[in-house]
Design a protein around this ligand. Structure first.
Ligand code: FES
Length: 73
């Protein structure tokens, strides 16, 4: 489906960009030009990227590290 009518960007194009290494909305925006004109597609484009993109390493570390209270339980 088309996500960005101004730039003709589809959800499949966003998925391909993420698979190719664009791991944030900004990276996808730079790669495809999505949401660079009227901006009405930004919410949907961000939601798609958030669903498909891997977590940044800093967030992964936070999730992978158990809270101190649980570390020795
Ligand atoms: S619909 Fe994406 S910038 Fe207009």
């Amino acid at each position: 489906m088309y996500v960005c009518l101004c730039k003709g960007v589809t959800d499949k194009a966003i998925a391909s960009a993420v698979a190719a290494g664009a791991c944030s909305f900004s990276a996808v925006q730079e790669t495809l030009g999505v949401s660079t004109q009227c901006g009405s597609c930004e919410g949907l484009a961000r939601a798609i990227v958030a669903e498909l993109a891997p977590l940044p390493s800093s967030q992964f570390y936070e999730l992978a590290t158990p809270p101190a209270a649980l570390a020795y339980a």
